[in-house]
Write a protein that binds this ligand. Structure first.
Ligand SMILES: Cc1cc2nc3c(=O)[nH]c(=O)nc-3n(C[C@H](O)[C@H](O)[C@H](O)COP(=O)(O)OP(=O)(O)OC[C@H]3O[C@@H](n4cnc5c(N)ncnc54)[C@H](O)[C@@H]3O)c2cc1C
Length: 380
């Protein structure tokens, strides 16, 4: 097991200061290790996540070789030759577990942002104190974007949030964490070969959730209440101006509709499982309120916006993989973690790899069991 940094490297080096998991403590479970503290409904900060994963490395006695960077993996004989910063390894099989979020995904239009405006990604962002005074445009309204917009707004800087397709969720529903419902109702366990549109499911943005002691909902209405200005999707930067899509109302109704459908699924499960009486009454939430007239253009040269924060997602990095199994969009071609075009090559930790819960910490156990089962058969 080769790790270029330290155990839990991504949690140590690639996250901002105030981040907490959006999954509750009781849901942080790995084979043989689960959260056992006094706050099961709380959310771990980065130091706690790091400690949790270090504990797992110890308990599982994982043969980690830290500080070893893989610079190339290529087919050789009936297996692979792995070149590392610490020599070469010949092996029959390789499991790619290098993460789904190695780089922030920044759209090419960022190149047209005028030079006087500072640009940051979540990898460079540590906290609002590092930003110049003045307005901030946060692009992207999924988990990262809504969390950063709220934090920066609370620091006193005017925040404009550019919103595209997003997944709205309340933090709690009928008295339980919304992710408890995902778990209990079986939504998380839905298998990749049962999902209607797998390509779409794998590209679905993260839900608008934040882990706070108050278990507060952080949807767009909450951001509007904080004073954040909502604008449409950033379509283009031309002559120093950011051009924004109209049709916010449609984007909002779609997200509201999908949230309500999911809540219907939870209610149905509560009834069919015979557990309905355990929970508070079904709830429905106020529709997302669109601004009277959302701005369609922002002059990035006027000095109103001093910083752009790109919360436009993350992508994996496979520059070291010298096997032709990456598609035109930079994604690994695989079937439930089995890289069928290159026998002996496997993957873990990618979105909806084998189940809807695959990208989450608690999703790895079932996926790993399946993928390792296949791998053992292959070696056998
Ligand atoms: C901002 C953010 C918030 C998240 N919040 C949550 C959450 O609340 N709850 C949750 O369950 N999940 C959350 N996730 C998802 C989380 O990343 C996964 O659950 C989990 O970290 C995936 O673990 P992993 O080991 O597959 O990938 P990673 O944690 O990315 O680990 C991959 C490791 O591979 C190493 N590596 C990469 N390339 C090489 C190479 N060439 N040579 C050697 N080593 C290499 C990296 O250094 C890294 O340590 C979040 C993700 C992000 C980006």
């Amino acid at each position: 097991m080769l790790e270029r940094g330290e155990v839990a490297n991504s949690w140590r080096r690639e996250r901002w200061g105030s981040l907490r998991l959006l999954t509750p403590n009781w849901q942080s479970r790995l084979p043989g290790v689960r959260y056992e503290g006094g706050d099961p409904d709380g959310y771990m900060n980065m130091a706690e996540v790091t400690e949790f994963i270090e504990l797992f490395a110890k308990v599982s006695r994982a043969p980690v070789r830290a500080g070893v960077n893989v610079t190339s993996v290529r087919a050789a004989g009936d297996g692979y030759l792995v070149t590392t910063s610490d020599g070469e390894i010949a092996c029959r099989a390789v499991v790619i577990a290098s993460g789904a979020c190695n780089r922030p995904s920044v759209p090419p239009l960022s190149a047209a942002v005028p030079g006087g405006v500072e640009q940051l990604t979540p990898f460079g962002y540590r906290g609002p104190g590092q930003l110049p005074d003045g307005g901030v445009l946060v692009v992207g309204a999924s988990a990262t974007g809504v969390q950063l917009a709220a934090e920066i707004s609370r620091s006193g800087r005017p925040v404009t949030l550019s919103v595209g397709e997003h997944v709205r969720l309340p933090r709690t529903y009928r008295g339980r964490d919304v992710l408890w419902w995902m778990d209990a109702s079986g939504v998380w366990d839905q298998r990749y070969d049962e999902v209607d549109d797998l390509t779409r499911a794998r590209r679905l943005p993260s839900p608008q959730l934040v882990g706070t002691p108050e278990r507060a909902t952080l949807d767009l209405n909450a951001l509007t209440a904080l004073g954040v200005e909502l604008v449409g999707r950033l379509a283009m930067v031309r002559d120093g101006s950011a051009l924004l899509s109209g049709g916010l109302r449609n984007v909002f109704s779609l997200a509201d509709l999908k949230m309500n459908r999911l809540l219907d699924t939870f209610d149905e499960w509560a009834l069919t499982s015979g557990r309905n009486a355990e929970f508070a009454a079904p709830e429905r939430f106020a529709p997302t309120v669109a601004p009277e007239s959302a701005r369609l253009q922002l002059d990035l040269r006027s000095g109103e916006i001093r910083t752009v924060v790109w919360a436009t997602g993350f992508r994996p990095e496979y520059g070291w993989l010298d096997v032709p199994v990456i598609d035109g969009k930079g994604r690994l071609r695989h079937d439930g973690g089995v890289v069928t075009d290159s026998p002996g090559l496997y993957a873990l930790g990618l979105p909806v790899l084998r189940r809807r819960k695959s990208t989450f910490i608690h999703g790895i156990e079932d996926d790993a069991r399946d993928v390792v089962g296949h791998l053992a058969g292959y070696l056998g």
